[in-house]
Design a protein around this ligand. Structure first.
Ligand SMILES: NC(=O)C1=CN([C@@H]2O[C@H](COP(=O)(O)OP(=O)(O)OC[C@H]3O[C@@H](n4cnc5c(N)ncnc54)[C@H](O)[C@@H]3O)[C@@H](O)[C@H]2O)C=CC1
Ligand SMILES: O=C(O)C(=O)Cc1ccc(O)cc1
Length: 305
């Protein structure tokens, strides 16, 4: 590959960072990848499984001389990590992140970065319910979207280099704005996760009444909820606290619709239910006919490659 960067630092060695490392190896990346995680246990695991070319015991060591620094930590600590590493950043380096929320992360990180360092926020729309250094795999980003959310005035060359970096990991890349990103993700990812957490919680509350049968007879729908509800609690706590406004907006609309459906059931209004389900089925069919992955949001700038 043509190397957009000579040295890459991955900060926070969990699902996303480990997947990035294995994808870089697969792409034949010839530079050096350093890694840092806060806990010594995670760093030990990383060394044991060969995750990163060099695992560093300090954040400063990991970012020194890096051309690209990727923040792969929960969104609630992005700002603190940026503040701690700021003095060690090389002039001309690019800092990016992979956080699931953009407006608050940008507000938390940008003020700490010195002049001469490029900040190009990002978000790979790919993940699983697993976390930690052992959970990554090289194919995670293949043919999935990565969104770049550069602030106005960012050096176009820094954006282009990050784009080609993500493409080398298998991703398709688009640019969008932070508020738009956060609203779309609230609909497509954040609210659905909260609904899954709630549904599994309700089933658990009913456990004694249903005598374990919820799990025994669970059909695909509920199983999907349990998979999503197994996602990392720290990561998702931070997502909801950071994307508060957009998530509350979507949940407000969701509960209105839910109440309308509830009323239709109570009143035996089959026409309402049928019309609603017909509309939602058409949406699913439209997605399939357009040849789009079901998990790829349409950011309105062309179809997926
Ligand atoms: N899990 C997923 O499906 C996706 C997650 N993301 C985003 O990627 C980021 C990372 O998520 P994952 O890799 O899934 O998480 P993870 O839980 O697998 O890994 C996070 C790592 O960060 C470390 N860490 C936590 N606080 C730290 C600190 N202050 N300093 C240094 N290291 C610290 C943890 O010890 C852990 O090793 C999050 O911001 C998340 O919103 C983005 C796309 C998908
Ligand atoms: O596992 C799933 O279903 C996901 O939805 C993964 C995911 C989680 C968080 C993101 O910001 C992006 C993708």
């Amino acid at each position: 590959m043509t190397e957009p960067y000579g040295r890459v630092a991955l900060i926070g060695l969990g699902l996303i960072a480990s997947s990035m490392y294995w994808a870089l190896k697969r792409a034949g990346f010839e530079g050096e990848v350093t890694g840092f995680a806060r806990s010594s246990e995670t760093r030990d695991i990383a060394r044991e499984i060969g995750l990163c070319d060099r695992v560093c015991d300090t954040l400063t060591d990991a970012v020194t001389d890096a051309d690209l620094v990727v923040l792969c930590v929960p969104v609630g600590v992005m700002g603190a990590v940026a503040a701690e590493m700021a003095d060690a950043l090389k002039p001309g380096a690019t800092v990016t992140d992979v956080g699931s929320v953009k407006s608050e992360v940008i507000a938390a990180v940008a003020p700490h970065l010195p002049e001469g360092v490029h900040f190009v926020p990002g978000h790979p729309l790919a993940g699983t319910e697993h976390s930690g250094p052992r959970s990554g795999f090289a194919e995670l980003f293949d043919n999935r979207w990565t969104l770049l959310v550069p602030v106005e005035g960012t050096d176009p060359d820094a954006i282009a280099r990050l784009r080609s970096f993500w493409e080398s990991l298998g991703a398709n890349v688009e640019e969008t704005g932070p508020d738009h990103h956060d609203l779309v993700l609230a609909v497509t990812s954040h609210a659905p996760h909260l609904i899954a957490y709630t549904m599994v919680g309700v089933a658990d509350d009913l456990r004694r009444v249903t005598d374990g049968e919820v799990i025994k007879y669970s059909a695909a729908g509920f199983r999907d909820f349990t998979r999503i509800a197994a996602s990392d609690p720290t990561m998702w706590r931070d997502v909801f606290l950071s994307n508060k406004e957009a998530t509350l907006e979507i949940l407000g609309r969701f509960t209105e619709e839910l109440f309308a459906l509830q009323r239709a059931i109570r009143q035996g209004d089959g026409d309402h239910l049928h019309a609603y389900f017909t509309r939602t089925r058409a949406i699913r069919r439209g997605i399939i006919e357009a040849g789009q992955d079901t998990d790829a949001p349409n950011f309105g700038r062309g179809a997926k490659k």
